[in-house]
Design a protein around this ligand. Structure first.
Ligand SMILES: [Fe+2]
Length: 362
């Protein structure tokens, strides 16, 4: 017997194409559990005044649109509150949850749909395979490309003591709609940072010890799509939107069957202690990982310069001793990420002191 292979959960239905969002109504109607069981649309509040997207949301009966802020990364507390509100308001389990937004909204939609059918707090399920019951029907509609949240089996949440995903086969969306037109309004800087999340997923997957042919083919394709989008090319803007949406999808599949690595381990610490957005945190971190990802870093820097991105510096100045303990222990606690990056004996290759030294340079 060798190592057991991963029986990977996948999104069973995906609709791709510019303008495909208009088919949402046809997708939802057969899934309605009755007039009293609404669909709840969790929508990034950047669309609150952008009627084009909101006007296309097909609400009927008791369906509800809830605008959620994606200024901050989602928390377990936010998930618990949303679930409580939904249960109090409707007195019944909704027919489905539809997340329309970036990675944070995708993660919120996944977590809320899980917690509607699993008791307790979202923080009880942060970890690997702790969820007991299938979630309610949930649909992901990404409006920015790169996080891979639309395809992953995790929902990353900040909890009271850690930032960690609810990793479960039940987390994966039942349906995803990939409509590149929904990403038209994304500011260039945000598009870069989120796109780099995807590029970094590919680097960490392709250079990790968990790499396998399944992850390799998806990761290689996603990486080359990112490079086509963020380095000089003949692509039109609409092609770039389509390519980046597919890169996010493929990069997500690549890490789902392997793992991310040191960039993500350190970035999770940064976002917990310094409240730095995931995409930005990844870019800050990779700048200092020349010893681990030299080829990826070289390409990253070309993309950074071509897109005229200035990364923040000095962000770990003035951390208290308590924050140092927190940031290093969060990074070190992500054991599968270190094992993927450095191999089975990773504990002999990295320690708290070295991690702190890396953070000090940021
Ligand atoms: Fe990521």
């Amino acid at each position: 017997m060798g190592i057991p292979h991963r029986n990977m959960s996948m999104v069973p239905r995906v609709l791709f194409g510019a303008g495909s969002f208009s088919q949402l109504s046809a997708i939802l109607e057969p899934k309605r559990q009755g007039v009293k069981a609404p669909f709840v649309f969790l929508v990034d509040d950047c669309f609150a005044n952008y009627s084009d997207v909101v006007d296309q949301i097909p609400t009927s009966y008791e369906d509800r649109i809830v605008f959620v802020s994606s200024e901050e990364e989602p928390t377990t507390e936010q998930v618990d509150l949303l679930v409580q509100e939904i249960i109090l308001q409707f007195n019944s389990i909704p027919s489905g949850i539809i997340g329309i937004g970036g990675g944070s909204v995708m993660d919120l939609a996944k977590a809320v749909s899980l917690l509607l059918t699993n008791s307790g707090s979202a923080s009880d399920y942060q970890g690997w395979d702790l969820v007991q019951s299938p979630s309610v029907f949930h649909v992901g509609v990404p409006t920015i490309s790169g996080t891979g949240a639309e395809v992953s089996r995790t929902t990353v949440l900040k909890g009271p003591v850690k930032k960690l995903g609810i990793n479960s086969d039940y987390t994966t969306f039942d349906q995803v709609i990939l409509d590149p037109n929904l990403t038209i309004g994304v500011p260039a800087v945000q598009r870069f940072y989120t796109g780099m999340d995807c590029f970094i997923h590919c680097i960490e997957s392709l250079e990790g010890t968990f790499l396998n042919p399944f992850s390799r083919v998806h990761g290689e394709k996603a990486k080359s799509l990112c490079e086509a989008v963020f380095l000089p090319s003949q692509l039109s803007d609409s092609e770039k939107r389509e390519y980046l949406m597919m890169a996010s999808w493929l990069g997500g599949i690549s890490i789902a069957n392997s793992q991310v690595g040191i960039v993500h381990a350190l970035s999770y610490g940064l976002s917990f202690v310094k409240n730095i957005r995931h995409g930005v945190g990844n870019c800050i971190v990779i700048e200092h990982l020349n010893n681990y990802y030299p080829k990826g870093l070289e390409t990253f820097r070309r993309m950074r310069d071509f897109n005229e991105i200035e990364l923040p510096t000095g962000i770990c100045e003035n951390l208290s001793e308590n924050q140092w303990r927190q940031i290093t222990s969060i990074a070190l606690s992500l054991e599968p990420l270190w094992e993927n990056a450095l191999g089975k004996n990773w504990k002999s290759l990295i320690d708290e002191k070295e991690i702190r030294e890396l953070y000090e340079k940021m």
